[in-house]
Every structure is written in C-alpha cells, then in structure tokens.
Design a protein around this ligand. Structure first.
Ligand SMILES: [Zn+2]
Length: 75
C-alpha cells in the first residue's frame, strides 16, 4: 500500500468533527485537504473511520507530490 512508503509517512489525518459517535470530517495535516464522511456511514463509527482512512490513503497529497517531482535541470 502507498501508506507504507516512508516518504508519505509524515502525512497525518486528523479528525475535525464528529457526528454523534462517528468521525464526520477529517483533514490531512500536510495539504489541508478535507474529507467528508457520507451520511449513511455516520451511524457506524468503524465504517466512518475506515472510509476516512482509505480516502486519506488515496488522496493526492500536495506535500508528497513535491517529493516525487523529478529534480529540475540537473538530470
Ligand atoms: Zn495531503
């Protein structure tokens, strides 16, 4: 999985808000991208958390994108 690549490991997902028991809004601490849990999942905390984590895993992080950009000019 992409989340195992060391260069991406400094990304962090933080929960910004909850709906009853389940996390509802979260964001990436690097690129500030926000993730919203669909209403259907808000009644299921585990499903909501899993949804956020998978979204987080697959989002294109601007910070990570900087890292994988080829070096300019030199190469
Ligand atoms: Zn990000």
């Amino acid at each position: 999985m992409l989340s195992q690549v060391p260069v991406l490991s400094s990304r962090q997902l933080i929960i910004l808000g909850h709906a009853s028991q389940a996390p509802a809004i979260a964001k990436c601490t690097n690129c500030e991208l926000k993730f919203f849990v669909p209403k259907e999942l808000m009644k299921d905390p585990d499903a909501a958390r899993a949804y956020l984590l998978s979204k987080f895993d697959w989002h294109t992080c601007k910070f990570a994108a900087e890292w994988v950009k080829p070096l300019p000019d030199r190469w």
